[in-house]
Write a protein that binds this ligand. Structure first.
Ligand SMILES: Cc1ncc(COP(=O)(O)O)c(C=O)c1O
Length: 380
């Protein structure tokens, strides 16, 4: 049974007077990841301590840890710099017939829009944007949009503006039934909302590491279904080729690649600074457990939503919302300057679309949340 996690503030370098309720914008590095980064920085100052094996070992460890998080195999994971890179890889490797539809959500994050617009332009497919449903039931809206002419759906696990949940298992099944592909941008959920790749069965799933994975910027992970392991990578770098471990033989150019999804790795994926940080953060998340993180954050956001509703603010109903992600709705829109007024009191949230995102994590305390609610009540 998932259990709530007591505040883990001691594992983070967040001063007591900062209420960071903005993980959807950026997750803080845990202290363990900061320490790993400091060790990594020192190693780069002493390059004789970095051997050829180090170009492979940390990347393999990170691949394995990320795979554990989603129930995949390390072989299925590529290392990428961003969600946009992962989605571009997906768009390069998924087919769309002329006249077919590519399903996107209204007000989707642009990294999950532009690659599909480009694919539509070069294939003759068209983008079909699923409108935000009046009853907040994205799953029903997406299921209703799926038909035999759908080629691809590119979706998050929850909407990035207000946490509206998409049941990826049901949507994935419906897409498979019409022979369509599924690409997932899990940047706003992975690490905080459980996802089992064996049940969702996406073709591609990408996540940037700097939000809910509490990792560094400029790093992400791309799950690639084995049926696409023979696909086309965005780059033709040396390390993704077979035999790249043998530095002396690098000029014996090879046409074959490293096994599995490694062919999709970005250039310089052996980042000596960010990779150890990501490993420390992934270990920390696996140690807490994603189900327990979700239980903890769902209780926190439910409490905030209930108090906010007494102030006349709405949100996606609990059953249709990812527990870690709350978007507060104000009658008449988010008041101008409200975010800045809260920031002046060292309380941090973000406004996206028509919602104020309140996105806590296990480093928050009850006092952070009380301060936020108190400041919100005063500001209205
Ligand atoms: C849903 C979603 N995807 C992706 C990103 C980041 O995209 P990228 O890694 O391409 O910069 C964000 C950032 O806010 C996001 O909210």
């Amino acid at each position: 049974m998932p259990a709530p996690i007591p505040s883990q503030r001691h594992l983070f370098d967040i001063p007591a007077d900062i209420a960071w309720l903005n993980c959807a914008y950026m997750g803080p590095l845990p202290r363990a990841a900061v320490a790993a980064g400091e060790r990594a920085n020192r190693a780069k100052a002493n390059p004789w301590t970095i051997g050829p094996a180090d170009f492979f070992s940390a990347a393999e460890e990170a691949r394995g840890l990320f795979a554990r998080l989603i129930g995949a195999m390390a072989d299925d994971i590529a290392i990428v710099p961003s969600a946009s890179y992962g989605m571009e890889t997906a768009a390069l490797n998924l087919a769309a017939r002329p006249g077919s539809r590519i399903l996107l959500l209204e007000e989707e994050f642009p990294s999950n829009v532009y690659p599909w617009r480009e694919l539509a332009a070069r294939s003759g497919a068209r983008i079909d944007t699923v409108a935000r449903p009046g009853d907040d039931d994205w799953t029903a809206a997406v299921l209703a949009a799926i038909g035999p002419d759908v080629a691809i759906a590119a979706l998050g696990h929850n909407h990035w503006t207000d946490g509206g949940l998409i049941d990826l298992e049901r949507v994935g099944e419906a897409l498979r039934a019409v022979g369509a592909s599924l690409a997932v941008d899990a940047t706003q959920s992975l690490g905080a909302l459980p996802l089992d790749i064996r049940r969702v069965r996406p073709d591609f799933l990408v996540t940037a590491a700097y939000k809910w994975l509490l990792g560094p910027y400029s790093l992400g992970f791309l799950y690639v279904d084995p049926k696409h392991h023979g696909g086309r990578p965005l780059e033709q770098g040396w390390i993704a080729r077979a035999g790249s471990e043998n530095f002396a033989g690098l000029v014996d150019y090879r046409d074959d690649y490293q096994p599995g999804a490694r062919r999709f790795d970005m250039g310089e994926r052996a980042n000596f600074l960010t990779m150890p940080q990501a490993i420390a953060a992934l270990r920390q998340i696996l140690d807490w457990g994603v189900a327990d993180i979700q239980t903890t954050l769902a209780a926190a956001t439910a409490g905030i939503a209930a108090r906010a509703s007494t102030m006349g603010l709405g949100s996606v109903p609990g059953a249709l919302r990812a527990g870690h992600f709350l978007g507060l709705r104000f009658p008449g829109g988010v008041p101008d300057g409200l975010g800045q007024r809260l920031a002046a009191e060292k309380i941090f949230i973000s406004v996206r679309g028509s919602a104020m995102r309140v996105t806590p994590h296990v480093y928050n305390t009850a006092a952070d949340i009380e301060r936020f609610l108190d400041a919100l009540a005063r500001a209205l």
